[in-house]
Design a protein around this ligand. Structure first.
Ligand SMILES: NC(=O)c1ccc[n+]([C@@H]2O[C@H](COP(=O)([O-])OP(=O)(O)OC[C@H]3O[C@@H](n4cnc5c(N)ncnc54)[C@H](O)[C@@H]3O)[C@@H](O)[C@H]2O)c1
Length: 323
């Protein structure tokens, strides 16, 4: 069976997924939809996609799609997911799944009624270092974790606008929170301090905080500090997690995991393309109904969103938020 796929969104990440899907056997990119016909037609031309649209309804009315990729910024979620669910079309959705938790909760309710196949783009779960960390931590008493997503401000206009992106912790640092939920366990309390230090003085229209420190309490008793900033110059960044256990430390930095124990050091490098793996897992599920290779579905993605949104609520109120 050839899986007929539609794409919503025509930005940078649509190109990343379109490239992977174009090269996947048994997949046909059939339609693309953007905020304008011009942008949709440009992506269609680049990837040899036969049809292009300026709204989701027209794309779905035009012909049968077996699956749709939702690759749009946080503020655009809601109506498009509901249209797909109504028509029973499985979807892959990039993180974060929304600006808040109200719309995602409504979407999850509808997904449940149809038992629809979904996948969320938390791609780090698919990498060897994270899989290794997950297995190693099963036998260990976890003490605490420190983490950081320190980098520069992405230059797309919506990212700097709190009302459109949700801010760095929801938009970007969500990846770290998701890895923590996957490897350490569920989080039940969040306390955050955010501040605006310099980006709003440097650029027009910056309403997102540019530094933040978040404390997370896990149900199993472990605690974590996860910090983020977007004030660094382009090209300078520090992203990763360190887990502290009685056995020693585990340092993860997106490319590799380094384990330091009394007996010595060991390392697990990332060699596989996680974006390709998450796409293959989703397409396999659509083709066969077997969802076992999907490592984060919508319901799971919503649990990560609940934590990142709680951090924003806590930063706004100055109080810890219980989940
Ligand atoms: N998993 C990852 O590693 C990763 C990496 C990059 C981006 N992302 C995520 O992918 C999403 C998109 O990011 P991007 O870098 O492509 O952004 P972008 O700004 O380059 O592109 C966003 C696109 O969405 C389109 N769009 C917005 N609202 C729409 C609507 N209602 N209907 C149709 N199209 C709409 C815009 O026209 C634009 O083309 C974001 O949520 C981002 O966080 C994930």
């Amino acid at each position: 069976m050839t899986v007929q796929v539609g794409i919503i969104g025509t930005g940078w990440f649509s190109k990343v997924h379109a490239e992977i899907l174009t090269n996947m056997e048994g997949v046909k990119l059939q339609a693309v939809c953007g905020t304008s016909q011009e942008k949709a037609a440009a992506l269609a031309a680049e990837f040899n996609i036969p049809t292009s649209f300026d709204n989701v309804k027209d794309m779905l009315d035009a012909g049968k799609l077996d699956a749709v990729y939702i690759l749009v910024p946080p503020m655009s979620h809601g109506d498009m997911e509901l249209q797909l669910i109504e028509r029973g079309i499985p979807f892959f959705i990039e993180k974060p799944i929304g600006l808040d938790v109200a719309t995602p909760n409504q979407i999850l309710n509808e997904i449940r009624k149809k038992s629809l196949i979904t996948s969320v783009g938390y791609h780090f779960r698919y990498t060897e270092p994270i899989q290794h960390m997950l297995q190693q931590l099963k036998d260990q008493e976890i003490g605490m974790i420190t983490g950081q997503w320190m980098g520069s401000m992405p230059q797309v206009a919506w990212w700097r606008d709190q009302a459109r992106s949700g801010g760095q912790f929801i938009e970007q640092t969500t990846h770290l929170v998701d890895v923590l939920r996957y490897c350490i366990g569920e989080i039940d309390e969040v306390y955050a301090a955010f501040a605006s230090r310099s980006m709003h003085k440097q650029y027009e229209g910056v309403t997102v905080a540019d530094v933040g420190a978040v404390t997370l309490k896990f149900k199993n008793g472990a605690v974590a500090n996860v910090s983020n900033t977007c004030i660094l110059p382009d090209g300078i960044n520090k992203v990763g997690l360190t887990v502290f256990t009685q056995a020693g430390t585990m340092d993860w930095d997106m490319e590799r995991l380094e384990i330091v124990e009394v007996s010595g050091k060991s390392e697990v490098k990332k060699t596989l393309d996680a974006y390709k793996l998450e796409n293959e897992a989703f397409i396999h599920a659509v083709r066969t109904g077997d969802t076992s290779r999907i490592l984060s579905n919508y319901e799971d993605g919503l649990k990560t969103q609940q934590v990142t949104y709680a951090a924003l609520e806590s930063a706004n109120s100055g109080l810890p938020v219980k989940l």
